[in-house]
Design a protein around this ligand. Structure first.
Ligand code: NAD
Length: 312
């Protein structure tokens, strides 16, 4: 019998299909690497991704290191700018302007959060829209909302790709997104609307969140509260995408230890849902894979190359 965080669970109860984000991300990275090879061989173009890290936040350090490694593994060029926490807004804008003008750089990402003295939105909007591979700028936000186009933010794009892989067409599905942030909830709303879902967005002021959850065929949780969504809130057979990444302390025979959990109570939800992403190993790995994909898309657009022509 498998062990779960909340005790021993019986194998006789049904379990949801696990949505394996690690495997999907590996396939996507392999596809990106093939496209990069074709771009280089046929067009003499090697996509380049520049990442700017301001300060020394340990979590941001890990993300930036992983992004750099995976960029190189895909055959692309990786540029890293590391600036001290005391960097002024003017200095940072100057770096962004230089990368905007650099023809070897096709994608630019400023690692968030930025130190308090810097206006994040001003910096994001200073990135040339065609190099804004995070898709957070005003231009790309507007393109997604008004035209279903532009550079699409990586985490919601990863969620959409997982949903399409596991469900096929999403048209007519009743979707609930919990969380209305600019980086996950709002772009997820636009993407699911584009796919013809009937979408509800819940947030911290939503009344009867459990009732909203119980109506959803697709539930995307992007809250940042460990295991907040309970198993009996989930509609039987629903597809659950857990974006949350939360570190909690659990007891073990060797004393307290840290563990990563999502926003959904996985051990209970896995008994009710039809399919569910684990944390870790669900949405997380898709985010960087989508960043690589966006960088190839950006490079193709800058040389007027049809990205679909790169796939055999
Ligand atoms: P955020 O703090 O910007 O937004 C959280 C949202 O949750 C808000 O819109 C808020 O209204 C809503 N919320 C808060 N309490 C609520 C409640 N009690 N009921 C209903 N809604 C509530 O967070 P974010 O940046 O969107 O990130 C959300 C989570 O996703 C975090 O755990 C973050 O670490 C994770 N995340 C993961 C990835 C990834 O690659 N897997 C990427 C981005 C964010």
């Amino acid at each position: 019998m498998p062990e779960s965080g909340s005790g021993v669970i019986s194998d006789t109860l049904p379990r949801a299909r696990l949505i394996d984000g690690r495997a999907s991300a590996a396939r996507l990275r392999a596809e990106v690497a093939r496209q990069v090879a074709v771009l280089a061989g046929r067009h003499g173009v090697t996509p380049g991704l520049a990442v700017i890290l301001v300060g020394d936040d340990p979590a941001s350090e890990v993300y930036v290191r992983n992004k750099g490694r995976q960029t190189l593994e895909a055959g692309m060029r990786s540029f890293e700018t590391r600036l001290p926490a005391s960097t002024t807004q003017a200095e940072l804008l100057d770096h962004v302007a230089r990368l905007n003008a650099d023809s070897a750089v096709h994608g630019i990402l400023v690692q968030l959060p930025l130190p308090g003295q810097i206006d994040e939105l001003a910096v994001i909007d200073a990135i040339a829209p065609h190099k804004d591979v995070d898709g957070f700028s005003l231009v790309n936000t507007g393109l997604l909302a008004a035209r279903g186009a532009g550079m699409i933010p990586c985490t919601p794009l990863g969620c959409l790709l997982l949903l399409q892989e596991y469900l096929g067409k999403l048209s007519g599905q009743r979707a609930l997104i919990i969380g209305r942030s600019n980086i996950v909830g709002k772009p997820m709303l636009q993407l699911l609307l584009r796919e013809h879902c009937t979408v509800t967005v819940a947030h911290s002021r939503t009344r009867d969140l459990a009732g909203e959850c119980r109506r959803a065929d697709i539930l995307v949780a992007a809250i940042g509260k460990p295991q907040m969504i309970k198993g009996d809130w989930i509609r039987p057979g629903a597809t659950v995408i857990d974006v949350g990444i939360n570190r909690i302390t659990v007891s073990s025979p060797d004393g307290p230890r840290q563990r990563l959990v999502g926003d959904v109570d996985f051990d209970a939800a896995v008994r009710v849902a039809g399919a569910i992403t684990p944390v870790p190993g669900g949405v997380g790995p898709m985010t960087i894979a989508c960043l690589l994909r966006n960088t190839v898309t950006a490079a193709c657009a800058q040389y007027q190359i049809d990205a679909s022509s790169l796939i055999d």
